[in-house]
Structure formats: structure tokens, C-alpha cells
Design a protein around this ligand. Structure first.
Ligand code: SF4
Ligand code: SF4
Length: 119
């Protein structure tokens, strides 16, 4: 079964996560059960398991010009597993910025590296 948010070749999750437009490989959306590892799916489906800053995180990408961002969904999902859905979230670079009252760059990733921009 493909992702329940992948309906008629449309990804409903894009309404919340504009940055999905820049994912290079969408195989996960149509994969049997693979979508269950998708960070976007997990955040929408299980908001209570996600970090308290999830909406602010989503907001960063909604406000940003994401057209030049190069996003690898496998790396993102692995970071989500590492940080967003467990206690390790307090070590997330974005989390730390929010906690200190700063507005993180939309390019910042949880491990402190920056999302690459397309040439
Ligand atoms: S797998 Fe993820 S990116 Fe694909 S449709 Fe589902 S929530 Fe969206
Ligand atoms: S990326 Fe960091 S701040 Fe954003 S939801 Fe995940 S743990 Fe929270």
C-alpha cells in the first residue's frame, strides 16, 4: 500500500511541508510500508510523538524560498529518527536555537549542517 497522503498522484503533505517539492526521490511515497519511515508522514500522523517545536520547524520551511534547497529524504528521515521522535531532540541544532529564542535558518539541519543549495 502506498502512503495514505499520496492521493491521485498528489502529495497532500505538501500543504504542510512545502520543502517536499525539492525532494529528489519520491519512491518512498509509493512504497509498501516504506512511507511509515517518512518524517513528514510521522509528524502529521503522530504529532504527539514529535518534538514540541514541530510546528515552528514546519513554519520555517513554509516561509522560506525552498526552490533552491536540495533535500535528500533518506537523510532527513534518518535525522528524524535520530532526533525528532525521541529524547535526543534536545541535542538537535534547530531545537537548541528555538529554545534560546533564536530564529534558525531554514537551511539548518538537526545535526548542525546546512542543507545544500542547488547550483
Ligand atoms: S511518504 Fe512522505 S512525502 Fe510521500 S506522500 Fe507520504 S508523507 Fe508525503
Ligand atoms: S528538527 Fe529538531 S526542532 Fe525540528 S522537530 Fe525535529 S527535533 Fe524538533
Amino acid at each position: 500500500m502506498s502512503c495514505p497522503m499520496y492521493i491521485d498522484f498528489t502529495r497532500e503533505c505538501i500543504k504542510k511541508f512545502k520543502s517536499i517539492l525539492n525532494i529528489g526521490n519520491y519512491d518512498i511515497c509509493g512504497s509498501n510500508d516504506g512511507y511509515k519511515d517518512c518524517i513528514f508522514y510521522k509528524t502529521i500522523k503522530y504529532p504527539d510523538d514529535a518534538c514540541k517545536y514541530r510546528d515552528k520547524c514546519i513554519g520555517l520551511h513554509i516561509k522560506a524560498d525552498v526552490s533552491k534547497m536540495k533535500i535528500d529524504i533518506d537523510i532527513l528521515n534518518s535525522m528524524g529518527k535520530q532526533y525528532c521522535f525521541n529524547e535526543n531532540r534536545t541535542n538537535c541544532a534547530i531545537y537548541k536555537k528555538f529554545k534560546s529564542g533564536e530564529e534558525p535558518s531554514a537551511l539548518l539541519t538537526p545535526d548542525g549542517t546546512m542543507i545544500e543549495l542547488k547550483e
